[in-house]
Ligand binder design. Structure first.
Ligand code: HSE
Length: 318
């Protein structure tokens, strides 16, 4: 028996509006947005003003709202909303990788204490269903490594500068205009966004919970013409790759670095805004996931998948 969901939505930016559209095109799902909380009263929005509130309490204190979908930019505010929601017994769906990466353990505990789920498939590689695959398909002990392109904006910039000869500035501008980049794009170009996603992957692949300061991240903003020229001469590409390995002694290593990638590498053809992740396990050997890593509808599709899972009372057995 599927549950009916009354959603309280925080945030109506690129992904929030994307979700609104995607839900309208998914009539079979018993989930409706009951109220939307936004911050800026002066912003012009795609739907009528009476659909919005500016007071978080209108959502968090509404007993009819059983799911909070949190799609705001600010990780600290997102954490406060998520905490309050879980404590009041409301399930939460979030796309906020920074919040999840920074507060993994607390969030886990809040879920256990209050017996309500927090799902965040959209926080990691947007449309690619990597978290649920790691959580459900693989036995953690058998995973040896996971590596991939997990940031759409930097992949877009690297593709546009090398293949289409755009300048770095123009490629970044395009990534911003298309709604791929974070509002502070240094999070993308500096490899921070990829690191938050890697932390989430680490937790779900190896059960290893680390903090952002524990992992090295080097982004693409320090790359010079020399590296790009060298790659092109060799017939290689440069990709920003997040990698995690489980060593034979059980220790885990993980980092985000730009990497030369040859045509034999599975990540070579992952271009534009696409993300690609290669898992290596003892028995299945390599498996390769690919999908759009940013953008309104691809990200909203992952949020939709979490919402749909909640209609079945879904919980991670972490
Ligand atoms: N800024 C992120 C990216 C958005 O480019 O991958 C999706 O997480």
């Amino acid at each position: 028996m599927r549950k009916t969901l009354n959603i309280g939505l925080f945030g109506f930016g690129c992904v929030g509006f994307g979700l609104y559209e995607v839900l309208q095109k998914t009539p079979g799902l018993k989930a409706n947005i009951k109220n939307i909380c936004v911050k800026n009263p002066n912003k012009t929005r795609e739907i009528a003003a009476e659909n919005f509130t500016f007071n978080p309490d209108d959502l968090l204190n509404d007993p009819e709202i059983n799911v909070i979908v949190e799609l705001i930019d600010d990780a600290d505010a997102a954490f406060e909303i998520t905490k309050r929601a879980l404590k009041s017994g409301k399930a939460v769906v979030s796309a906020n990788k920074k919040m999840v990466a920074e507060h993994f353990e607390e969030l886990l505990q809040l879920q256990r204490e209050n017996n309500v789920p927090l799902l965040y498939e959209a926080a990691c590689c947007a449309s690619m269903p990597i978290i649920r695959n790691l959580e459900e398909y693989y036995d953690n002990d058998l995973l040896e490594s996971i590596q991939g392109i997990v940031n759409g904006s930097t992949n877009y910039i690297l593709t546009k500068t090398s293949r289409d000869k755009l300048s770095y500035e123009d490629a970044l501008k395009e990534a911003q205009e298309k709604g791929f980049a974070e509002s502070n794009p240094i999070l993308d170009t500096g490899g921070f966004d990829a690191k938050y996603k890697l932390l989430i992957l680490l937790a779900h692949s190896f059960g290893h919970i680390a903090k952002p300061d524990d992992l090295l991240n080097i982004g693409i903003d320090g790359l010079g013409g020399l590296e790009l020229k060298y790659a092109s001469e060799k017939g290689w590409k440069i990709k920003l790759v997040a990698q995690a390995f489980k060593h034979s002694d059980g220790n885990v290593g993980a980092f985000v670095l730009p990497k030369f990638v040859s045509p034999e590498d599975r990540l070579y053809n992952v271009d534009d805004v696409f993300n690609g992740v290669v898992t290596k396990t003892s028995f299945a050997d390599e498996q390769f996931f690919v999908g759009r890593g940013a953008g309104a509808h691809p990200t909203a599709s992952a949020v939709l998948s979490d919402i749909s899972a909640l209609t079945y009372d879904y919980k991670y057995e972490y």
